[in-house]
Design a protein around this ligand. Structure first.
Ligand code: HEC
Length: 140
């Protein structure tokens, strides 16, 4: 009986974990940019918390997931399979904006490693401008 209950618990836990992973990975036909954006959104919210609570060490980790997701977006761009909601024919400009944004993210991470919260704050403002600028052009 105890083993039975235990195995029920284990299977419920496993199913729940699998569900979360599935959600993060997104559906078959979902645009890789949406997946990247949701991870970026989470990393950015975490960044704002870390900034206002003066906790530089908490900043970097969620950006690693964004970095991994970017590789998938790049693959889709190379295959010509990335469709943007707006101005999809201006892919060159999108790539340039994306590259600039990712360079700024790297500068942010370097500043967070040094515990330079003044620079972190400046980069956070810059990044926010970058979100709005790119969305205005390619999404909204
Ligand atoms: C270089 C361009 C670019 C930058 C920079 C950018 N985004 Fe996006 N984002 C997009 C595009 C394009 C979409 C629309 C994707 C689609 O609907 O296919 C999008 C969609 C989103 C979505 C909706 C995802 C969904 O599931 O529909 C969120 C949330 C988001 N971005 C957050 C952010 C945040 C936060 C930042 C800044 C920290 C940011 N983005 C910076 C291009 C960008």
């Amino acid at each position: 009986m105890r083993i039975f209950i235990l195995s029920v618990i284990v299977s419920v836990v496993l199913q729940t974990t699998a569900g979360y992973t599935e959600e993060a990975k997104a559906g078959e036909n979902e645009s890789p940019i949406k997946v990247e954006m949701r991870l970026l959104n989470a990393a950015f919210i975490n960044l704002i918390n870390a900034l206002v609570l003066n906790n530089p060490k908490a900043i970097e980790e969620p950006f690693h997931e964004v970095h991994k997701a970017k590789a998938n977006t790049e693959k889709a761009i190379k295959k010509g399979g990335l469709k943007l909601p707006k101005n999809s024919d201006k892919m060159k400009q999108f790539i340039e904006m994306d590259e600039r944004f990712h360079k700024e993210m790297e500068a942010l991470i370097v500043a967070s490693r040094k515990g330079d919260m003044k620079k972190v704050q400046d980069m956070t403002h810059k990044l926010l401008d970058g979100c709005v600028q790119c969305h205005t052009m390619f999404r909204n």
